[in-house]
Design a protein around this ligand. Structure first.
Ligand code: NAD
Ligand code: DAU
Length: 339
């Protein structure tokens, strides 16, 4: 199978590239990525030495570029990770979220239709369901929970999901959608909670906790998300949505304190700052459907995953320090010149 992975230079997409190259020796992967601030080509450095992998710089919302890529590569399947993914940035400047997350999805699906009804998987998010109250631990998101978004980011992802479902119903495009909870693990860009707190704590900088720190997220180790997408792509029912999450709810402040303890840093680094606008209180996924239909269960506990993740940031300081300093923007010239 030849799989077009969009957004493969980002956090989850790059983990997915490595996951698939490791498991499927006969598959080929083409990665299409615009290399926005969130894309880092050094993350794909070892994949680029693999003859089964090809990197192409391009924008999923660019009709001509996407058409030319489909014409030359003729992929069997598309897994769309490419997105503007940071809620805080969407609050500052929504427009690019609508262009990439909604129009980009449309452009990819039109190419799938044109080049032979190609299998299409949309990587979505639990944020399309809005949030849950903190005092009702019995409530969780199922696939039938109504869409009810809070931020421009989650609204753009929800818009894309609706469009994907419309392409199934209207054109019969063979689609699936996964809605996953918060991921953590290697190659996570240090603007998101866990890598931001690790990198700042290591530099003895203040750790900005929004509001009272009691908001809850449902954390999943990134490799378990890759496993879920792989199962859905190969065995999922066409036209279906699958929720992905590991029953691992944690408040932000508990995560920050855990990171500080593991790094031997003082809690005095914690600084409570102004809350995020429209801040979702709690996310919690009910993964019954993917477990029952596809046998998926998370393999990594949070206790193990967070230690592996912190150790990865300790062992790979150059990766995130280059991001903090801006040095990583030069990797395109350096790595791409080798191709
Ligand atoms: P990320 O921000 O780390 O990576 C996004 C990647 O997409 C980057 O490499 C970027 O260069 C690329 N990109 C952005 N705009 C593009 C465009 N127009 N054309 C081509 N490439 C473009 O994001 P992530 O955290 O890895 O998230 C990947 C996907 O998973 C997103 O769709 C996100 O909504 C979804 N998701 C993320 C999480 C999470 O916890 N991070 C959870 C559930 C779902
Ligand atoms: O639930 C899935 C979503 O998880 C994905 O769809 C998004 O792409 C991904 O970015 C993530 O969204 P969140 O907003 O939950 O993640 P973030 O890491 O930005 O924030 C996690 C929590 O930590 C949230 O309650 C806000 C809080 N926070 C975040 C930052 C960056 C802080 O308290 N301080 C911070 O500096």
């Amino acid at each position: 199978m030849k799989i077009l992975v969009t957004g493969g230079a980002g956090f989850i997409g790059s983990n997915f590239v490595y996951y698939m190259l490791d498991r499927y020796p006969d598959d080929q992967i083409v990665c299409l990525d615009k290399l926005t601030y969130a894309g880092n080509l050094s993350t794909l450095e070892s994949a680029m030495r693999d003859p089964r992998f090809r990197f192409v710089r391009g924008d999923i919302a660019d009709v001509q570029a996407v058409d030319a890529l489909f014409a030359s590569e003729r992929p069997d399947a598309v897994v769309n990770f490419a997105a503007e993914s940071h809620v805080d940035r969407s609050i500052e400047d929504p427009q690019i979220f609508l262009v990439t997350n909604i129009l980009g999805t449309q452009v990819l699906m039109d190419a799938c239709r044109k080049y032979g009804n190609i299998r299409y998987h949309q990587v979505s998010t639990d944020e399309v369901y809005g949030d849950l109250p903190l005092d009702r631990p019995d409530l969780m998101f199922t696939e039938t929970t109504p869409i009810h978004t809070s931020s421009p980011y989650s609204s753009s992802k929800a818009g894309a999901d609706l469009l994907v479902q419309a392409y199934y119903r209207t054109y019969g495009l063979p689609i699936t959608i996964s809605r996953c909870s918060n991921n953590y693990g290697p190659y996570h860009f240090p603007e998101k909670l866990i890598p931001l707190m690790i990198s700042r704590a290591l530099a003895d900088e203040s750790l900005p906790v929004y509001g009272d720190g009691k908001n809850v997220r449902d954390w999943l180790y990134v490799e378990d998300h890759c496993d879920a997408i792989d199962r859905i792509l190969r065995h999922g029912r066409i036209g279906e949505v699958y929720n992905v999450g590991g029953h691992n709810e944690m408040s932000n402040i508990d995560i920050v304190k855990l990171i500080l303890r593991r790094l031997g840093k003082p809690e005095s680094l914690i600084t409570y700052v102004k809350d995020r606008k429209g801040h979702d209180l709690r996310y919690a996924i009910d993964p019954t459907k993917i477990h029952a239909e596809l046998g998926w269960l998370p393999k990594t506990t949070f206790a193990d995953g967070i230690v592996k993740t912190i150790d990865w940031y300790l062992d790979n300081r150059k990766w995130w320090q280059d991001i903090v300093s801006g040095e990583y923007r030069k990797d395109y010239q350096r790595l791409y010149a080798q191709k």
